[in-house]
Design a protein around this ligand. Structure first.
Ligand code: HH2
Length: 250
């Protein structure tokens, strides 16, 4: 999954794709480089981000989606109205980092549209007994909620939410013990690309991002532990690394 942030303030690529033409070109290039889908988002979720109004999020995302006809698209949003417009323009997956908790209209919209949905773990004030068990319990609960709302279980993807309210050690433990999430029986998405825990484990205690080399190692580690979707900025390098990892796995 290639990341197309149409935002001025995303943590690693803020402002890069703010112009719709640049975002569309980046998305098409990612597909050419081997991405199965591109994730288009108009609101940053990095720590301390500015909330974005509905109008502003639509203004950023809609012109991009209008020009991505025929490209497999996921929309990174927590707002049902943004998701509704994106689905009408052909998006196939709703990537909701709040796991259907921010907008009460989101679950019904996804159910009625028949789209895929990604449910991500994010506790704003975490108090983990055991981070992995707590993430598993949360995702199990959101999975049940989604199915009860009428979303087909076969259309649901789960995500541990790397970097969302977790320490460096907790982020790595989630990947180390990814099989406990995979055991829930749904595809697991991991988004470790460029995240600050990578820079921090390399020795920079104040890192805001991590380098490509570290992103590749995290993606391959997650793949080897059962992740099926890797959300990444640098598509070509990840496709190459994962192709080799897959060849080794046989
Ligand atoms: N991470 C980010 C945003 N959306 N969605 C899912 N499902 N999983 C993730 O790990 C995830 C996500 C944050 O990364 P990025 O999009 O690069 O930055 P920002 O939120 O600052 O736009």
């Amino acid at each position: 999954m290639g990341i197309v942030n149409v935002t001025p303030d995303s943590f690693s690529d803020g402002g890069v794709h703010l112009d719709p033409d640049d975002a569309v070109a980046a998305a098409r290039r990612m597909i050419e480089e081997g991405a199965a889908i591109v994730d288009v988002g108009g609101e940053s979720t990095r720590p301390g981000h500015e909330p974005v109004s509905l109008d502003e999020e639509l203004r950023r995302v809609v012109p991009v989606l209008e020009r991505l006809d025929g490209v497999p698209v996921s929309v990174d949003t927590s707002k049902a109205e943004v998701a509704r417009r994106a689905l009408a323009l052909g998006a196939e997956l709703v990537n909701d980092v709040t796991a259907l908790r921010a907008d009460p209209a989101m679950a019904d919209l996804v159910a009625e549209s028949g789209a895929w949905v990604c449910l991500m773990h994010w506790e704003k004030q975490p108090d983990y007994a055991d981070v992995v068990s707590d993430v598993v319990a949360f995702l199990e609960e959101r999975l049940r909620f989604a199915v009860d709302a009428g979303i087909e279980e076969e259309r649901i993807v789960l995500d541990p939410g790397i970097g969302f309210g977790k320490t460096v050690e907790q982020n790595f433990e989630l990947v180390r013990r990814l099989p406990e999430l995979v055991a829930l029986g749904r595809p697991v998405l991991v988004g470790f690309s460029r995240k600050s825990s990578l820079g921090r484990v390399l020795g920079d205690a104040d890192a805001k991002t991590g380098p490509l080399s570290a992103s590749l190692a995290a993606a391959v580690s997650a793949y080897e532990r059962g992740a099926t979707i890797l959300r990444v900025h640098d598509v070509r390098s990840h496709v190459e690394a994962l192709t080799v990892a897959a060849a080794v796995a046989g």
